[in-house]
Design a protein around this ligand. Structure first.
Ligand SMILES: [Zn+2]
Length: 683
């Protein structure tokens, strides 16, 4: 019996100031495509929504720097990304954009709904303003010296050197990125949403989410624990959805508020296109509908805390049913980054390889529970050792046999005789399909894929054990039963793998003279082929990938090359006792506040320090009492190695080490320039 559940599946909206790379694909694009394709095979009611996120400072900034309109920037990336997704076989029901008219209307209405209910408030504050450009300079329009690490090119919202989140007013020597001018502080008034008002409801709602992934729940708990802060909903910018309240010229709705509303406006647009303009409501408000957001971990807070708060404030919408966020996909031990030249763009990789090989490789390393690593060697191995030698091999040997021994048609499955093994293998494939289904329904795509591959291994074993090459001479009827069954297995595999390898699925169906339109999950393990049907043309599904290709790609993407883009020189590394940045990051350095300090009784050198490090308190014992009196240290901010293995010094626990500079007989503790909260990370 068909259920009434409607699935509304969204993929994180790619930002239209860049080409998408395979990290995006692994995080938020391919998992929902597999999920939706599976649901469609099950004949479930599902729609798949995505589009470009086209507002915000980065796009306006790029347009100014390139001296083109924002429209030119977003057109460039929107259409390119859309095409790359199609080439990878991502089958959105709609891939729209937040610059559309319908989105502007929907976002404005949403804003006004909250404004009219007095759920937003206005606050006047100082922001940086350029007299020359006659505009407020939003975060990315500003650069200056990072107050944390002293990096001189820190952005107004973040320091790329130390990773600190910043606000433009915190920067030392701020200047306009466009003119280089020093801005002034000027008052401006903005709308805010008091997120704390939703904290209790959110906690309650999240506490019911027993089936959510642990990483997502943990992020949410962390956010809720530290308390939700009010957030500005508007800002001073040209490019965006204008604030729909009089007296707010030059202001737009903040992109974090407006972009997720894109999911709603794109659903509307989809149904308007189908001439059912009211139907979107069934998916957003129906009691049997499930809203599922696929995202990367950097988006968790927006989808699990902020957007749900907005939906609660508005009313009439379902809250997300699940948010199966992925962690990050890395390459060569590093995050994908344009500046490092290691970002593998989707549009490039789908030109170079069979898109199904790309899908398979990425799906098999989805960062479902922790970060994972992409390598070209792995892609080669997945193609050569799994896709070609297991799946490709089974289809090929079956079809070649039928072509040469049974006149290129599907042989009969004889009525008479015992077919225990023949029926048994189909039942086995069916049971594997159940395992695949269970895994996909619970967002365990890696396990699903490995179960599917196991099914093909069993099929190969069945082929080998049946020895059709002998049967063809001794018992042609039995041979006919075996090859017929193997072709039925090919058909089952075409369904089973369709969510993962849609192009391959298509090719297999073409060989079997079937089309994709009637593909149904429930037909896996069933006999559906008509004997006597002529087989279509066979081709090698997965040609080998050569070592030389891998080598060439490692060079192209700077893998095994240091961030300075010069090859790592092993000799230098040894001589200078150089460590990698990864090694350095193993030591967690933090700012600690000295709450109390006392001499350890009976010792000459030791001081015992009680410290506050963010949320935790700890004590360390340090041999500095010849250099400092306890009262000279109390109340000061010092730097400690926070993750040092605890030890006992004169019977006292010491849980870290303070940093001090030493030369000759002199010792000075390392401290912080200016004020910063204890617990701050030191990089
Ligand atoms: Zn910094």
């Amino acid at each position: 019996m068909k259920n009434n559940i409607k699935y509304l599946v969204t993929a994180a909206l790619p930002y239209a100031n860049n080409y998408v790379h395979i990290g995006h694909v692994a995080g938020a694009i391919l998992p929902p495509d597999i999920y939706v394709r599976f649901r469609k095979l099950k004949n479930d009611d599902v729609i798949f929504i995505c589009g470009s996120d086209e507002h915000g400072t980065a796009i306006e900034m790029a347009s100014i720097l390139e001296k083109v309109t924002p429209q030119e920037i977003i057109d460039r990336y929107h259409f390119s990304n859309k095409k790359a997704f199609e080439d990878l076989g991502i089958r959105f029901d709609i891939f729209s954009r937040t610059s559309s008219e319908i989105h502007k209307v929907t976002a404005s209405e949403f804003f006004l709904n909250l404004y009219n209910k007095k759920l937003l408030y206005q606050k006047t504050e100082k922001q940086l303003y350029s007299e020359k450009e006659k505009r407020f300079l939003a975060d990315r329009f500003i650069s200056g010296t990072c107050p944390v690490c002293g990096f001189e090119e820190a952005r107004g919202d973040e320091c790329e050197n130390c990773g600190s989140n910043l606000s433009p007013l915190e920067l030392i020597n701020p200047r306009s990125k466009i003119t280089g001018d020093t801005p002034v502080e000027k008052e401006t008034t903005h709308f805010y949403i008091p997120l704390a008002d939703y904290q209790e409801k959110l906690s309650e709602w999240l506490s019911e989410k027993k089936n959510w992934k642990a990483n997502v729940i943990n992020y949410c708990k962390g956010w809720l624990k530290s308390g939700l802060r009010d957030r500005a909903v508007t800002r001073d910018l040209d490019w965006g959805v204008k604030v729909p309240v009089k007296g707010n010229d030059g202001k737009v709705i903040y992109v974090w508020f407006e972009a997720p509303i894109g999911y709603i406006s794109m659903t509307k647009e989809f149904f308007i296109g189908k001439n059912e303009p009211e139907k979107w409501k069934e998916y957003w408000s129906g009691k049997d509908s499930r809203l599922i957001h696929f995202i990367g971990k950097d988006n968790i807070v927006f989808h699990s805390i902020i957007f749900p708060s907005m939906l609660m404030a508005h009313g009439g919408f379902n809250l997300p049913y699940n948010i199966p966020a992925n962690e990050f996909l890395n390459i060569g031990g590093r995050k994908f980054s344009k500046t490092r030249g290691n970002a593998i763009l989707l549009r490039d990789i789908v030109q170079k390889f069979n898109p199904d090989v790309v899908r398979y490789t990425i799906a098999s390393i989805f960062p479902e529970n922790k970060d994972s690593e992409f390598t070209w060697e792995d892609l080669q191995a997945k193609n050569n050792n799994e896709l070609a030698s297991i799946l490709g091999n089974f289809v090929n040997r079956t079809v070649v046999f039928a072509k040469s021994k049974f006149g290129n048609v599907i042989p009969e499955f004889p009525d008479s005789g015992s077919h225990m093994k023949e029926n048994g293998i189909l039942e086995h494939i069916k049971s594997k399909a159940d395992a695949v289904a269970d895994n996909i329904e619970n967002f365990r795509f890696r396990d699903a894929l490995s179960e599917a591959m196991d099914a093909v291994r069993s099929a190969n074993k069945y082929f080998n054990d049946s020895e059709p090459w002998k049967l063809i001479k001794d018992d042609k009827e039995k041979c006919s039963a075996v090859i017929n069954t193997c072709l039925e297995i090919c058909h089952s595999l075409a369904i089973l793998f369709e969510p993962f390898l849609p192009f391959t699925s298509d090719k297999i169906l073409h060989i079997l003279d079937k089309d994709t339109s009637g593909l149904k999950w429930e037909n896996i393990g069933k006999r559906v082929l008509k004997s006597g049907t002529a087989l279509g043309e066979n081709s090698i599904l997965f040609p080998q990938i050569e070592d030389s290709t891998v080598k060439e790609l490692n060079l192209k993407y700077n893998i095994g090359i240091d961030p300075g883009n010069s090859p790592v020189n092993v000799e230098d590394t040894n001589n200078m006792n150089v460590i990698s940045i990864e090694d350095f990051h193993k030591v967690k350095l933090r700012v600690a506040k000295v709450l109390k300090c006392e001499i350890v009784p009976g010792s000459k050198k030791l001081l015992r320090l009680k410290l506050k490090v963010g949320d935790t308190e700890k004590q360390i014992v340090s041999g500095i009492s010849e250099h400092y009196k306890p009262e000279e240290i109390e109340g000061r901010l010092i730097i400690i190695a926070d993750n040092l293995k605890p030890s006992k010094i004169m019977g006292i626990d010491s849980e870290g080490m303070l940093l001090a500079a030493k030369k000759g007989g002199k010792l000075k503790i390392v401290t912080v320039d200016g004020d910063i909260e204890d617990g701050a990370e030191v990089n």
